[in-house]
Write a protein that binds this ligand. Structure first.
Ligand SMILES: *Cc1c(COP(=O)(O)O)cnc(C)c1O
Length: 524
């Protein structure tokens, strides 16, 4: 049977309760689920434990005097609770996940299988190195791939996320400046484009730098003249994302690298968008000094709830001596870890960024991904990611408004001009996508265009998947233009919670459940 993006097929599948045109994608969000504590049947348990033997307390009177307050549930109740919660969660395994800048690509099951090999899964980080030679060899091989793919001489493997990698890189830059003998430690200004991911200025600020924004030009790229005008002997670094967060390649990287080095600063590249160029462009050839790589983006390891992230940082010769401990060394007797200050020789590590050696499970998945694709396969990954994003843009640009002319890289950026006069906002449009079974695209980011909608399909979507997504986006845009603003204002209708007060949730999070009656007390 041939495939078509026939909306009636999808409407029929929607059945009663479907308010949208389609139920493509996943709509498991309709379940209402109480907290475990609300499901409590006091005294109930899924296991029989022997009575606790009497022991002499050694807690000096500090032992708990009240009930611990764990909820009582049977095993099937617990299993159902967590299975139901998992159904409420939109996931890459359930449908297209077009969240721009996040590279929500499929997590290959081969990676999962490798990470579960007992030799990797059962490792303990405190095992003596002679019993972990295979794991150290894998970390070293993964590091070698990262250096080769980026064209950089050194890599710090331990950072646990992109933002953590930024911290590592900016701490190394600060350490390198402080180690200079020419008294340039007054360099405390960091240049960051207006379109940057929020973690860039946040990291610079955490490291004690002040942030000076660089404006974008008409074409959505760094304005090199404006950048030049901001250089001075108090500039520590420029932090640039390439491709940038508008989904566009920065063509002036080499010139920017030359200028920042001439001015005595370092070039930090945010490599979160490496997926668009992996296997094709080596950032080291463009003159950068350091770059973090999000293994959970480019190298397909799971994000967030699927496991911890990992953000290795590649470093130039100038910054390599400041790489954090530990690192792996290799000689005829095998692999060893340099962990202690006393063993670091001429290097001047910024310290440790993490207990132990990094996210081992992510390294295994990354290495499996690298080996299964090979260098040519990784070049195809970036090519397909760019092709998919351009396909989406080409099929939507007559109805929606792309922010910049010309082809994009791995994500396509629209703004809200196409909604002018419709009473529908970017937020309304995103919420209506939920009713259609899609996770919304990234919205209101980057800040450089009005009402941004940033769509990143990744290379793992098939043409069929893209066509379904495009059909829904087209129908929504047509609905908005046809004056059906109420439909958007009411969305999402197929979720137990509708429009949440996200500002209050972020500013005053309620992180702890308290039994009724104790709430007022807890609020004190
Ligand atoms: C995802 C991302 C980051 C932060 O990475 P995390 O792993 O989420 O900490 C930084 N910059 C850009 C451009 C990103 O897309």
């Amino acid at each position: 049977m041939g495939h078509s993006s026939d909306l009636s097929r999808n409407r029929a599948a929607g059945g009663a309760g479907s308010t949208g045109d389609t139920v493509l994608g996943h709509q498991g969000l309709r379940l209402e689920e109480d907290l475990l504590f609300e499901l409590d049947s006091p005294g109930q348990s899924g296991v029989d434990l022997p009575a606790i033997p009497a022991v002499e307390s050694r807690l000096g009177g500090l032992e708990r005097r009240t009930e611990i307050g764990l909820p009582g549930l049977s095993e099937p109740e617990v299993v159902r609770h967590y299975t139901r919660l998992s159904q409420k969660n939109y996931a890459i395994d359930m449908g297209t996940y077009p969240l721009g800048s996040c590279t929500m690509k499929h997590n290959p099951r081969l990676n999962e299988k490798m990470a579960r090999l007992p030799g990797f899964a059962s490792l303990h980080p405190l095992q003596p190195a002679e019993t972990t030679q295979g794991a150290l060899a894998l970390i070293e091989a993964t590091a070698q791939w990262l250096k080769t793919l980026t064209g950089m001489p050194a890599v710090a493997m331990s950072p646990a996320a992109g933002a953590h990698g930024e911290l590592c890189g900016m701490m190394a830059i600060r350490a390198a400046l402080d180690a200079r003998e020419d008294g340039t430690t007054s360099r405390r200004r960091v240049l960051v484009p207006e379109s940057a991911h929020g973690t860039n200025p946040a990291t610079a600020a955490v490291c004690g730098f002040t942030v000076d924004p660089i404006p974008a030009n008409e074409a959505g790229r760094v304005d090199v003249d404006a950048f030049k005008a901001k250089l001075g002997d108090d500039v520590a670094s420029v932090m640039l994302t390439n491709p940038n967060t508008c989904g566009l390649f920065e063509p002036d990287m080499i010139e920017i690298a030359r200028l920042i080095h001439e001015a005595g600063g370092y070039f930090y590249c945010d490599g979160a968008n490496f997926n668009a160029i992996v296997g094709r462009v080596r950032p080291g050839d463009l003159g950068i000094d350091c770059m973090h790589i999000n293994l959970h983006k480019t190298f397909s390891t799971p994000h967030g709830g699927g496991g911890p992230g990992a953000g290795p940082v590649v470093l130039s010769e100038a910054l390599a001596p400041f790489a954090p401990r530990p690192w792996i060394v290799h000689d005829d007797s095998g692999f060893a870890l340099v962990e202690n200050e006393a063993d670091t020789g001429d290097a001047a590590p910024i310290g440790r960024l993490k207990a132990f050696h990094g996210q081992m499970g992510m390294f295994v998945r990354t290495y499996a991904y690298m080996l299964s694709h090979g260098k040519d396969g990784l070049a195809q990954v970036s090519g397909d990611a760019v092709l998919n994003a351009n396909y989406v843009m080409a099929r939507l640009q007559d109805l929606m408004t792309p922010s910049f002319a010309g082809p994009c890289m791995h994500e396509c950026l629209f703004d809200d001009r196409f909604l002018d006069g419709t009473d529908v906002t970017t937020l309304d449009f995103a919420k209506a996508m939920i009713d259609e079974g899609y996770h919304p695209m990234t919205m209101y980011f980057p800040l450089v265009v009005h009402g941004a909608m940033l769509i990143e399909p990744t290379e793992t979507e098939s043409k069929r998947g893209l066509d379904d997504f495009i059909a829904v986006m087209r129908r929504l845009a047509e609905n908005a233009k046809a004056g059906k603003a109420e439909r958007f204002a009411a969305a999402p209708q197929l979720t137990p919670r509708r429009r949440l007060d996200e500002t209050t949730a972020a500013r005053k999070p309620v992180l702890r459940w308290t039994p009724e009656g104790l709430e007022a007390e807890a609020a004190e």
